[in-house]
Ligand binder design. Structure first.
Ligand SMILES: NC(=O)c1ccc[n+]([C@@H]2O[C@H](COP(=O)([O-])OP(=O)(O)OC[C@H]3O[C@@H](n4cnc5c(N)ncnc54)[C@H](OP(=O)(O)O)[C@@H]3O)[C@@H](O)[C@H]2O)c1
Length: 284
């Protein structure tokens, strides 16, 4: 186990732990001594992540769960309590995504389907775990959003809406829980190399993504673990999107202009968001 064990014996629930950012974050918490609970739909993939964790930390539990199913969420939380007796950290990370224009015939349907998992899933898991943390008088909730949860990109309206909704939900929850001992955070990572957008053809990606070098899952995982430890209310990763957010707060026209410029490799190189390779040219 790592030298740095800031989460020794803390019970950490990670949704979407079978792949990408969730998998990397579960591993990172486990390296820091946590008892991890791995949640997603695919039992076999979760079992592989658990095997990796058990190489250095025996305390991990696999609970296959669809976060959009209220009954399964309730059962999952019941099992965690039976096995570990408490829940210290919840990382609401499970999610899916689709690329498409608002005018597309399937936009409404796709958005609804995605909202059920990304947004309502986050709410459902939170509401099930909140009373436990209230009873404990402490806990940390970290919700996953995205840079597009602060500034939407074209062809990404459905996903950006879900990420904005999670952002607003988190903002409200943090204020409601201010004196409860429960800390609430959110992370807004930029494009990250995971299987999330593998089904999207490079030419169909939202324009800024066609000239963007994705960040790594490990950098996001470390930011999540540090964010929980230091109780950071809002994490934006890396720093460049903060420029976009600030500009957009001054005027959405300036924000739109930066989004258009981000699709230009020379501008993206200058800003540091393009470092020689794009999403489909990097493996994970
Ligand atoms: N990749 C990016 O560029 C990026 C940037 C910012 C934010 N994010 C967000 O980061 C989160 C993780 O995405 P990722 O990039 O790591 O993608 P990923 O590798 O595809 O991981 C998505 C995870 O969510 C799980 N999941 C999907 N639907 C679920 C459901 N109904 N119930 C339970 N688990 C479900 C998947 O597992 P199963 O299939 O086993 O259920 C998988 O473990 C997502 O919320 C995404 O919006 C991603």
């Amino acid at each position: 186990m790592s030298e740095k064990v800031r989460f020794k014996d803390k019970v950490v629930v990670v949704t979407g732990a079978s792949s990408g950012i969730g998998q990397a974050t579960a591993l990172e918490f486990a390296r820091e001594g946590a008892k991890t609970v791995l949640v997603s739909r695919s039992a076999d993939k979760l079992a592989r992540v658990a095997d990796e964790i058990r190489n250095f930390n025996p305390n991990t539990l696999v609970i296959p769960t669809d976060v959009s199913d209220a009954h399964q969420v309730r059962q999952m939380v019941k099992t965690v309590l039976e096995e570990f007796g408490r829940i210290d950290v919840l990382f609401n990370n499970a999610g899916s995504s689709f690329v498409g224009r608002v005018e597309d015939s399937n936009f409404l349907e796709n958005t609804r389907e995605m909202m059920e998992v990304d947004y309502f899933g986050t709410i459902m898991v939170t509401k099930e775990i909140l009373p436990i943390m209230k009873e404990q008088g402490e806990g940390n909730i970290m919700n996953m959003s995205s840079v597009v949860g602060r500034k939407a990109f074209p062809h990404f309206g459905g996903y950006s809406s879900a990420m904005h909704a999670i952002s607003a939900f988190t903002d409200s929850l943090r204020q409601e829980l201010r004196s409860s001992g429960i800390k609430v955070s959110i992370i807004h990572p930029a494009l990250t190399r995971t299987p999330l957008l593998d089904h999207v053809r490079p030419e169909d990606m939202p324009p800024p993504f066609r000239s963007m070098t994705p960040i790594t899952v490990d950098s996001v995982a470390k930011a999540v673990v540090n964010g929980v430890y230091y109780n950071q209310a809002r994490i934006v990763l890396p720093f460049q999107p903060k420029v976009l957010m600030l500009a957009d707060a001054i005027s959405p026209h300036i924000g739109d202009m930066i989004v258009r410029l981000l699709a230009n490799k020379i501008f993206a190189r200058l800003l540091g968001t393009y470092r020689g390779k794009v999403y489909h040219e990097i493996s994970y």
